[in-house]
Structure formats: structure tokens, C-alpha cells
Design a protein around this ligand. Structure first.
Ligand code: B1M
Length: 214
């Protein structure tokens, strides 16, 4: 049993085998991070390439994503284990019109693992809901994810809406997702762009430690 085989099962969308393999690899003491990076995320990269080359279509992409999510669910307790009192609060969501949530869920899990309280707004989140929820939970950081070039401009809309409500400066805005870049972050007045879940969690932790503990 190896990580490459697991990646193939995820790509095929074989839910049963994906779950069995993830459980077995955990038993074999393969780290959750290795399973995640070298099998689950690697599988999604392959799925993306095949979709782009018209070798597979949306239904196949969807069943692969379901298998990926099932594997991720098994890893979740390990990735979110922190054992420390929450050091701050994040609200996170995927922008309006965008249904991609695997990356956002990973960012959430890594942040929880770093001892941060995370309120997940889900997918297809309107700018208004970001503003309402951030106020309701007294968030420190607002995390915004977008996976499509067509939905990326909605990140700017979310930040504009905070400005329109006069509350932009209450929060740190962290943005990410495949099409997002550092220069886009500057363009829409986000505070920080993070390329992956691990660095997003590290950066959030640093921001919160500076705010509350130093
Ligand atoms: Co879609 N899709 N998809 N898709 N999909 C992409 C994104 C695409 C690149 C595929 C391709 O063409 N190669 C392409 C976008 C092209 C573009 O915009 N330039 C695409 C397309 C076109 C579409 C549809 C339009 C297809 C159609 O209907 N014709 C459609 C849109 C639906 C919609 O949203 N309205 C669509 C639908 C879907 C499914 C629903 C079938 C499914 C999503 C299921 C789900 O998420 N529950 C799906 C999938 C699975 C993908 C790919 C294959 C995989 C995405 C993924 O989960 N990656 C993707 C191709 C690819 O990315 N290689 C593709 C793994 C994940 C761990 O990575 O999400 O990038 P990622 O997250 C990373 C970082 O980006 C970062 O950290 C994460 C972990 O390290 N990050 C953050 C993410 N958010 C962050 C937030 C932060 C910080 C970091 O701070 C807050």
C-alpha cells in the first residue's frame, strides 16, 4: 500500500478505497501531512490537469473531490489537534459564485491545529455575510478564498463592503486560492496573501501572537 496508489484511488473517485487506504497509512504511522501532500493534494493536481486537457469532465472532477474530502475528514482530527486555548478568531469563507471548498477547509483545519478559533462560512458567501459574521464573532482575521479567475474579483467586493460599513480597519484580511497573487492582494487592499494552508496558519498565528501576546 503506498501514497501513489492512494492518489490514483482519489483521482478515480473511489470513496471506499480512499477511506481504507488513509486509515491503513495512519496505522502504518505515515504522517497526516505526508498523506495530505503526497496523495490527496497530489491527486487533485492531477485531476486539474486532466480536466484542463479535456480528459475528464465536471462529474469526474466532482467524484474525485468527494473522495478527497472523505480522506481529509479522516485526517481532520490529527490536523486540528492543538490542545491549546484559542489565541484568536478567524472567519473564513469562499466568495460568492464559487463552490470550491477543499483548499478553504484545509486552511481552516491548519488554523484550528495552530490553536485558532475558526468560524467557517462555507462556500458562495456574499460580501454582506462576511461583514455580519465578522462582527458577530468579533473576528481578528477575515479569510477569503477564491478558486476561479471569474470569482477572484469578489474578494475585492468583500473588502469594499467592509469599507462601506466603516469597519475595514477592525480586521486583518488574509486571502488565498489558486488564481490569487500577492499583487492582487495589494490591488484590493487585502493585508496578506498566503499560497497554502500551512503558511496561512503560521501567518495567522504570528498576527494573533503580535496582537495579544507581545
Ligand atoms: Co473546479 N476548477 N470548477 N471544481 N477545480 C479548478 C479550480 C480549475 C483550475 C480546473 C482546471 O481548469 N484546471 C478551473 C478554474 C480555471 C480558472 O478559473 N482559471 C476550474 C473550473 C473551470 C471549474 C468550473 C467552472 C467547471 C465547470 O463547471 N465548467 C466549476 C465552477 C463551479 C463553481 O465554483 N461555481 C468547477 C467545479 C468544481 C467541482 C465542484 C467539480 C470541484 C470542487 C469541489 C469542492 O471543492 N468541494 C472542482 C475541483 C475539485 C477543482 C480542482 C480539480 C481541484 C481544486 C482543489 O480542491 N485543489 C481545480 C484544479 C486545481 O486546483 N488543480 C479546479 C486542492 C486544494 C487543496 O487546493 O483549493 O488551491 P486549493 O487550495 C490551496 C491554496 O490555493 C491555498 O491553500 C490551499 C491548500 O494548500 N488556499 C488558501 C486556498 N484558499 C485559501 C485561503 C487563504 C490562504 C490560502 O486565506 C484565507
Amino acid at each position: 500500500m503506498n501514497l501513489e496508489e492512494l492518489s490514483l484511488y482519489v483521482q478515480e473517485g473511489n470513496l471506499k478505497k480512499t477511506k481504507e487506504f488513509v486509515l491503513q497509512l495512519i496505522k502504518e504511522k505515515i504522517s497526516a501531512k505526508k498523506i495530505l501532500d503526497e496523495a490527496l493534494i497530489a491527486a487533485m493536481e492531477q485531476v486539474g490537469i486532466k480536466f484542463k486537457n479535456n480528459e475528464i469532465y465536471v462529474p469526474e472532477m466532482l467524484i474525485a473531490a468527494k473522495a478527497m474530502s472523505a480522506g481529509l475528514k479522516i485526517l481532520e482530527p490529527i490536523l486540528t489537534e492543538s490542545g491549546i486555548k484559542p489565541i484568536g478568531t478567524v472567519v473564513i469563507g469562499t466568495v460568492k459564485g464559487d463552490l470550491h471548498d477543499i483548499g478553504k477547509n484545509l486552511v481552516k483545519m491548519m488554523m484550528q491545529g495552530a490553536g485558532i478559533k475558526v468560524h467557517d462560512l462555507g462556500v458562495d458567501v456574499s460580501p454582506e455575510v462576511f461583514v455580519e459574521k465578522a462582527a458577530e464573532v468579533n473576528a481578528d482575521i477575515v479569510g477569503i478564498s477564491a478558486l476561479l479567475t471569474t470569482t477572484m474579483p469578489s474578494i475585492g467586493e468583500v473588502i469594499k463592503n467592509f469599507k462601506a460599513n466603516g469597519v475595514r480597519d477592525r480586521y486583518v484580511f488574509m486571502i488565498g486560492g489558486a488564481p490569487v497573487t500577492d499583487s492582487y492582494a495589494k490591488q484590493v487592499d487585502a493585508d496578506i496573501y498566503m499560497p497554502d494552508a500551512a503558511t496561512a496558519a503560521e501567518a495567522a498565528k504570528d498576527i494573533l501572537i503580535k496582537k495579544y501576546l507581545s
